[in-house]
Design a binder for this molecule. Structure first.
Ligand SMILES: [Mn+2]
Length: 298
């Protein structure tokens, strides 16, 4: 049965929190031939987001999952800037369950703006949410506390996901992660424990702080610093991947870098004018445009 939206307040604070909300999602899925779609940096722009999903048959026109056994990956930054953040989260909360029932999967990965709001860095809230804070006399961080449905749900999420030979994440994997001998499972687990303020050994705490920092998976911008050599061979061998699909650093459209090893999918949805979704069918990659057109990228 679907978990309904809360009756209490908009983030589900002080509601009964269903136990399965804390189930840790998979960090790696070996697929056969299911379709994959990926989108990033939605920043509260629900209209563009829902239009892209409907135009590319991920959902029907009313927002219900029709992507069958497909995998939809959201590489972070739903929060901040725009003013329909809560609406997008509840929409995804329901869509995730619909996907599961159809044999598909919605993978919601955290970006730096999710973590900022959860950790009380509220510099980028839209005016609407400043108003909401005043009306409810609670900060956004309090509204997304671990005692709320959405707060619990978000804290269960990963920062990095591997599908087939592709890795998806908000910022990027720094080659230093290889020197630290971290697996994708380690990265997700240590990131999550630190975010949930669980007690960690001194060694793990140091690694978790690194992961939450400027070279960590949600902040790193090294793939966009001109095309300087940055140790992809090392990353590819260690994580056993061949493509790095990342958001965070805004582009006019979905594009590739480093001889197609990097696919940059932050298509500047944040400005509220336009946006794109990456569509992967077998070994073909397409830019899905807002008007429903598909343009082959690779
Ligand atoms: Mn970002």
């Amino acid at each position: 049965m679907l978990i309904p939206r809360t009756q209490f307040n908009e983030c589900g604070l002080k509601a009964n929190i269903p136990k399965n909300l804390s189930v840790i999602p998979p960090h790696s899925v070996e697929l056969t031939k299911a379709k994959i779609a990926a989108i990033s940096d939605i920043h509260g722009q629900i209209d563009i987001f829902k239009t892209l999903l409907a135009k590319h048959a991920i959902t029907d026109k009313t927002g219900n999952w029709i992507f069958n056994d497909g995998h939809l990956v959201i590489t972070g930054d739903i929060f901040d800037r725009g003013d329909n953040v809560t609406e997008i989260l509840w929409f995804l909360f329901e869509l995730e369950q619909q996907a599961e029932l159809s044999g598909g999967k919605l993978h919601l990965l955290l970006g730096n703006h999710e973590v900022m709001v959860l950790t009380n860095d509220l510099r980028y809230l839209s005016d609407k949410y400043l108003h909401v804070e005043k009306l409810l006399n609670q900060s956004m961080t309090e509204l997304y506390a671990p005692t709320s449905i959405l707060g619990t749900w978000l804290r269960s999420k990963n920062v990095v996901l591997k599908l087939n030979d592709m890795v998806f994440l908000h910022g990027g994997l720094h080659p230093e992660l290889v020197d630290k001998s971290l697996s994708l499972a380690d990265i997700n687990q240590l990131f999550r424990l630190y975010l949930s303020e669980k007690s960690l050994s001194e060694v793990d705490k140091n690694i978790a702080e690194y992961l939450h920092g400027i070279d960590g998976p949600i902040w790193y911008r090294g793939y966009f610093n001109e095309e300087q050599p940055i140790g992809f061979a090392k990353l590819i061998a260690h994580f056993n991947v061949s493509k790095f699909i990342v958001g965070h650093t805004s582009q006019e459209q979905i594009e590739t870098r480093y001889k197609d090893k990097v696919i940059a999918i932050d298509s500047s949805i944040k400005y509220g004018n336009n946006g794109e979704i990456l569509l992967i069918e077998g070994d073909k990659f397409y830019r899905g445009l807002l008007n429903g057109q598909k343009i082959q990228l690779l």
